[in-house]
Design a protein around this ligand. Structure first.
Ligand code: PMP
Length: 285
């Protein structure tokens, strides 16, 4: 079955889907996006993703291309037309097409693209596999709270990780503090069992998975604190993991080649991943 994409009002074959060369997303990375997991045909944490999308649009003064209810319908239509049970839906909204000029165009004709991709059924046990992360200097802009398609700094760091044979790169600021991963949020668990992830500010993207994990921690009585933590602290942590819509809770067993704790997937990471699986399954029921 061939894939179908939604592009500015039309459902078209994925292979021939295209946007104009003067789309501001293409020329200036002037756009935002969301990635939502689909489990058993259901959208996971849809409300959270829509709230974040709305915030990203408003921070950049990009108009909604269609109303939120129409967008919801388009997303479900793309999932249906691609017959996705497990996978992701990707949506991107840019400021639209205009003659190249840095300042905003007078029009508010934002452009919308929605695609979906099928994954094998999510296997939460198989996901509980430890990975390596490397660290890299934080070189990105100062509005990382906006989920913009402007991801060059993230791409450079992910490529560095790939070349090092690592799963992810965590960014480290000049003062030694970790911000987040190239496409995930960073977490550590201290030797006394406290869960730590960076507090929200302009420095990180407030991951929807991050929010769900914090909710789970609260429900399960896991001690947690939202604050900045250093690379040094991460290296002497008992456990570490990185979180995102597509990787869930991904245990980190080495940072820059040094083992975290005993270098094995730890019990709290395992427990949080299992609860995250329950959280997803509950929405897919
Ligand atoms: N930080 C960055 C830079 C990301 O790209 C992502 C993934 N979109 C995340 C964090 C995690 O966000 P989420 O849990 O919403 O996927």
């Amino acid at each position: 079955m061939s894939r179908i994409a939604y592009v500015n009002g039309q459902y078209v074959p994925h292979l021939s889907a295209a946007v104009h060369i003067e789309d501001r997303g293409y020329q200036f990375s002037d756009g935002v996006y969301e990635v939502i997991a689909i489990h058993k045909g259901k959208l996971i944490d849809m409300d959270g993703h829509m709230v974040r999308l709305s915030r990203s649009l408003s921070e950049l003064e990009i108009a909604w291309p269609v109303g939120p209810r129409s967008l919801d319908m388009i997303i479900r239509q793309v999932i249906r037309r691609n017959r996705i049970r497990d996978g992701i839906v990707y949506m991107q909204i840019t400021r639209g097409v205009a003659p190249r000029n840095h300042a905003f165009p007078a029009h508010h004709d934002s452009a919308l693209v929605v695609t979906a991709k099928r994954f094998p059924p999510f296997d939460f046990d198989a996901a509980n596999k430890g990975v390596d992360v490397i660290t890299t200097p934080e070189i990105r802009w100062q509005r990382r709270d906006i989920k913009t398609v402007s991801l060059l700094g993230n791409c450079l760091a992910k490529e560095e990780a790939a070349r090092a044979g690592a799963y992810e790169a965590w960014f480290v600021e000049g003062d030694g503090m970790i911000t987040e991963g190239t496409s995930s949020n960073a977490w550590i668990i201290t030797t006394d069992g406290q869960l730590i992830t960076r507090n929200t500010s302009n420095s990180i993207l407030n991951g929807i998975t991050r929010l769900s994990i914090l909710k789970i921690a609260k429900e399960q009585g896991v001690k947690f604190v939202e604050r900045a933590f250093s690379l040094e602290e991460a290296k002497s942590a008992k456990e570490a993991f990185t979180s995102s819509t597509t990787s869930f809770v991904k245990p980190v067993i080495r940072i820059d080649g040094d083992p975290v704790g005993d270098g094995k997937v730890g019990p709290l990471s395992t427990k949080l991943l299992a609860y995250y699986g329950v959280h997803m399954k509950a929405q897919a029921a």
